[in-house]
Design a protein around this ligand. Structure first.
Ligand SMILES: Cc1cc2nc3c(=O)[nH]c(=O)nc-3n(C[C@H](O)[C@H](O)[C@H](O)COP(=O)(O)OP(=O)(O)OC[C@H]3O[C@@H](n4cnc5c(N)ncnc54)[C@H](O)[C@@H]3O)c2cc1C
Length: 301
């Protein structure tokens, strides 16, 4: 079957692209790992217009409800492993099959960067996690460490300080980054201990995590914790993108119409080189990409 459009990813960008594509009556399929992407991992969202406060999972369920109003082919747990173009036809491969379309939108977002220290792989899902929203409640009343110093780490810290007994925030630079509002809340919390200029050397434990070893200016110490939340940044999900041009951070280069270097392949949201990465921006970019794809498909009519 030849689709008009293949949408890769169902985070805010992909879901919004799907809504716009459905309303343009395009014949399309969505291929995605999950529904919601990073937005589903966000704790408190206070900057999505129309919602003064909403949690990530609540906002994602609203997005999904809106998208499900329309009919489309939707394949969850089916990630793109390759994309190329032959003649005018775009071919997207997954582990389960191959899909053909006149156009494609890559909206595959970002995924957590790994810490790269001994113990990380061993204790993944045994006390070590990359998602405070998903796994935070498992650590009620326990001592945990959040690794990182930017917005993601602050967000995890804000969530965990309401659940855990003590939160150790381990930041490898001299001062915390991120938004001032979030930073102030974390700095004023009585159960958060901030380690600036501290590098994690190892995650330790037996069957489950029991501590982290950190190096500070005053030497090396092991902090006993039962949970470790790794929040050290994100990398774009663009390794499957073949000949689609990327910058040195792996982000797909797009112009203001969401066109990539390959005509017919568009990209939107956090996977691209746009300067700001936010839910409302990704959603807006998804809508723009769908409208550009629609114009591209109908260019010769
Ligand atoms: C902890 C945290 C808190 C945040 N808080 C806020 C906030 O308060 N306000 C705000 O505006 N923004 C916040 N953000 C940022 C915001 O979540 C992102 O900017 C936004 O989700 C990006 O949307 P996206 O659709 O581009 O990508 P993503 O949300 O990353 O979604 C990508 C989608 O692509 C899918 N995918 C990945 N690889 C493939 C593949 N190979 N094939 C098919 N599908 C694939 C994924 O399964 C997912 O569905 C936060 C982010 C984090 C991590």
């Amino acid at each position: 079957m030849l689709y008009d459009l293949i949408i890769i990813g169902a985070g805010p960008a992909g879901i919004t692209a799907a809504v716009y594509s459905a309303r343009k009556r395009m014949k399309f399929i969505v291929l995605t790992g999950d529904i919601g992407g990073q937005a589903a991992w966000s704790g408190d969202i206070e900057n999505y217009t129309g919602y003064q406060f909403v949690t990530g999972p609540e906002l994602v369920s609203k997005f999904e409800e809106h998208m499900r109003k329309y009919s489309m082919d939707f394949h969850e747990n089916e990630e793109a492993t390759g994309i190329d173009k032959s003649g005018d036809i775009i071919n997207v491969k997954t582990r389960k099959g191959e899909y053909l379309a006149k156009a494609a939108i890559i909206a595959s977002g970002k995924v957590s960067r790994e810490l790269g220290v001994p113990g990380e792989k061993e204790y993944k899902n045994k006390g070590l996690t990359y998602c405070a929203t998903c796994d935070g409640p498992l650590f009620s009343g326990k001592d945990v460490a959040v690794i990182g110093g930017g917005n993601s780490a602050l967000d995890a810290c804000l969530q965990m300080m309401k659940i855990a007994r003590t939160v150790y925030l381990i930041n490898n630079t001299d001062s915390l980054g991120g938004d001032a509002v979030m930073r102030e809340k974390v700095q004023n919390a009585t159960n958060v201990k901030i380690y600036n200029g501290a590098k994690v050397r190892a995650v330790t434990g037996d069957k489950m995590v029991s501590g982290i070893t950190v190096r500070t200016k005053s030497g090396e110490e092991t902090i006993p914790v039962q949970g470790v939340f790794v929040e050290v940044g994100l990398v774009p999900n663009s390794s499957f993108a073949g000949a689609v041009e990327r910058n040195d951070r792996g982000e797909i280069k797009v112009n203001c119409r969401n066109e990539t270097n390959i005509p017919g392949i568009f990209a939107a949201g956090d996977v691209t080189d746009i300067s700001e990465k936010q839910i409302i921006i990704a959603a807006g970019e998804g809508s723009k990409a769908a409208l550009s794809a629609f114009r591209y498909i109908n260019r010769s009519r």
